[in-house]
Design a protein around this ligand. Structure first.
Ligand code: MD3
Ligand code: FE
Length: 224
């Protein structure tokens, strides 16, 4: 082959590893949008810094008395909290007594754009949970049942170190599907898949060039 005529160029585009399918379906109403957040990062990261300055990461205690290995913060009208008395959405950050920081416009826009890409119109998240994993941190299999309506999807944005996400069934004992999540990937979980058990395997040691020794995950939800 001596020349790159338009036809061979198009064929090449189909097999170029940089041009893999960007949307992967992982459930009846759930999909991974590979690298979807990457073009947004220059606007997303300064907004994240501002949120964390007002509501720093903290390690919370579960009702069972275990300290979570994942550190949490929130922004938006509703933030999620757990302590010995239970877990719930609150309007105020219990650590400051102040309302959770407002959801930055760029967060909201990214969540809406991702939901739309996955086929969910008019997603209006009123809550964004921010999870921080350092190497060794994990999230055990659980269901998210605290939101008022399961009609709205959940949009999750992964940044930094890679994670192995566990996407289970509707009972804890059902075998989980393993989905690797990389820096910039967004997952949209909708409808029937909202009540699936899910978790994250312990994060492996590593340094991410932009995020350092951590994984940060945003989950956008309609809490109320
Ligand atoms: C799948 N966070 O915050 S992504 C959580 O990577 C949580 O930090 C994980 O599970 C993380 O609750 C997983 C988001 C996610 C959220 C809700 C789901 C995935 C989901 C509900 C149903 C199925
Ligand atoms: Fe969850």
């Amino acid at each position: 082959m001596t020349s790159m005529n338009p036809t061979t160029f198009d064929l090449f585009a189909d097999t170029d590893p940089e041009q893999q399918p960007r949307i992967e379906r992982i459930g009846e109403q759930s999909c991974v949008l590979r690298g979807f957040a990457l073009p947004w990062l220059d606007r997303l990261l300064p907004a994240l810094e501002a949120v964390l300055a007002a509501a720093p990461f903290r390690q919370m205690v579960t009702p069972g008395g275990f300290t979570m290995s994942v550190a949490l913060s929130s922004c938006g009208t509703w933030g999620w909290t757990t302590d010995r008395s239970g877990y719930r959405y609150t309007r105020n950050d219990p650590q400051t007594g102040q309302p959770w920081p407002p959801m930055p416009e760029v967060f909201f826009q990214l969540a809406q754009a991702a939901a739309l890409e996955a086929g969910f119109r008019a997603f209006e998240p009123d809550s964004c949970l921010i999870n921080r994993y350092i190497p060794g941190a994990k999230m055990s299999l659980h269901q998210d049942k605290d939101e008022k309506s399961y009609a709205a999807p959940i949009v999750s944005v992964s940044l930094g170190l890679p994670a192995m996400f566990l996407f289970g069934g509707f009972v804890r004992s059902e075998k989980s599907q393993r989905v690797p999540l990389l820096h910039g990937d967004i997952v949209v979980w909708g409808g029937v898949d909202r009540l699936r058990y899910h978790g994250v395997l312990p994060i492996k040691d590593g340094q991410h060039p932009r995020m350092g020794e951590q994984r940060i995950n945003f989950t956008f939800r309609t809490a109320r």
